[in-house]
Design a protein around this ligand. Structure first.
Ligand SMILES: *Cc1c(COP(=O)(O)O)cnc(C)c1O
Length: 375
């Protein structure tokens, strides 16, 4: 039997909420289920304000708009990340200053930040890879010293924490993804966390096509007007209703995923001890969320051979990301600095199948197949 890389999980609650949404008769955005989803996270994580979006990519674009990023601005972010992290700022005409990953895990190396800051730096974007927190104390301390806003791309980070604080809630702005590959999903979907109260009004206007319609709906203004540049970043109520059906079962989903992560870790740790592979290192300040499981190989060739060995045994593992500073689009725009650790993860990291219904017997089979490869 083939083990796929991902399989979307249905909690069984989605259909009920979808038909409720239809019965309520309002399918456009910012309705009952949008409020339910936003309130879910605001209460659970004690957040000022969240806005449900059509994707995490869109939430990142909203962040760039909310911070008024424009041509000439420099944005510091890791090279080892998904393209959306960079696109949001490149679309506003900004220049990306790529930082390297650290040795422990693919997250941004906070010790390098200071040397990358110039008078043009307008934001630091961190990515919590695999739901494992970046060193936010160091990041916030450096950003605070230079008064630079921090955006947390916590696309993979719901339910994970840094020293007990939810990822996405620490920087100026944070973003979550509800893409099919994430812990909870609405197919496509995202959330913007507005942690700086001074940005709440602007963020809401950007979300509602540049109008003050949300304030109008609350009776705060007499008519709604075009007050800023914005777009349509809100999902329809069906998307929100589906997501709510997932959020109701969040604790169950998380319990399962944490178990899967632990099972992988304990079954593969002997290979790590023997020096054949690298496994995720979770710093003391981080509590992860069982988003994904990866290993690193000793070199690129070995990763390719392991990948084909797994595929030959009907196990669908994948690799990602290709460092953005080497991408066809950005390599000629990059300032030329070497980013060896980003390259290291890009060429040696392998992600194993990870989804709610992955069985212990399947994890056994995957582990045995990897052991067989190293024998
Ligand atoms: C998944 C992901 C995104 C994009 O999320 P979408 O909801 O698909 O737009 C952005 N950044 C990171 C780090 C991701 O893992």
């Amino acid at each position: 039997m083939k083990i796929p890389f991902n399989k979307p999980h249905f909690t069984g609650r989605e259909a009920h909420h979808l038909s409720q949404a239809a019965l309520l008769g309002k399918l456009s955005g910012n309705g009952f289920y949008t409020h339910e989803c936003q309130a879910f996270f605001e209460k659970r994580y004690h957040l000022h304000k969240t806005l449900l979006t059509t994707s995490c990519s869109d939430a990142l674009e909203m962040a760039a708009l909310a911070l008024r990023i424009g041509p000439g601005d420099e944005i510091i972010m890791p090279s080892y990340t998904f393209v959306s992290t960079a696109n949001a700022f490149v679309l506003r005409g900004a220049t990306i200053v790529f930082a390297d990953s650290n040795l422990q895990n693919p997250n941004i190396d906070a010790d390098q930040l200071e040397s990358l800051i110039t008078v043009r730096t307008r934001a630091i974007v961190v990515v919590h890879y695999g739901g494992i927190a970046c060193d936010m104390e160091k990041v916030m301390q450096i950003a605070g010293k230079h008064q630079i806003p921090v955006v947390e791309d916590a696309a993979q980070g719901i339910e994970a924490t840094f020293n007990g604080r939810p990822l996405g809630s620490i920087g100026t702005l944070g973003t979550y993804s509800f893409h099919e590959t994430k812990n909870v999903t609405s197919g496509e979907g995202g959330l913007l966390l507005v942690n700086d109260p001074a940005l709440i009004n602007r963020a809401e206007i950007i979300w509602e096509k540049g109008t003050n319609r949300a304030a109008f709906a609350r009776g705060e203004v007499e008519k709604y007007e075009w007050v800023e540049p914005g777009s349509s970043f809100l999902p329809n109520e069906l998307t929100a209703a589906f997501l709510f059906g997932q959020l109701e079962q969040l604790d169950d989903i998380q319990q399962k995923r944490m178990q899967i992560w632990q099972d992988y870790f304990s079954r593969l740790s002997d290979l790590a001890t023997a020096g054949f592979i690298g496994l995720p290192q979770v710093p003391e300040y981080a509590a992860h969320n069982g988003h994904l499981f990866y290993l690193t190989t000793r070199n690129a060739g070995e990763r390719d051979r392991l990948l084909s060995h797994l595929l030959k045994n009907d196990i669908h593992a994948v690799f990602h990301y290709l460092s953005l500073h080497r991408s066809p689009y950005y390599n000629r725009l990059h300032d030329g600095r070497d980013l060896p650790r980003a390259d290291h993860y890009a060429s040696t990291l392998l992600r194993l199948p990870f989804f709610y219904s992955l069985q212990p017997s399947e994890i056994d089979r995957i582990s045995e197949t990897i052991h067989q490869f190293y024998k």
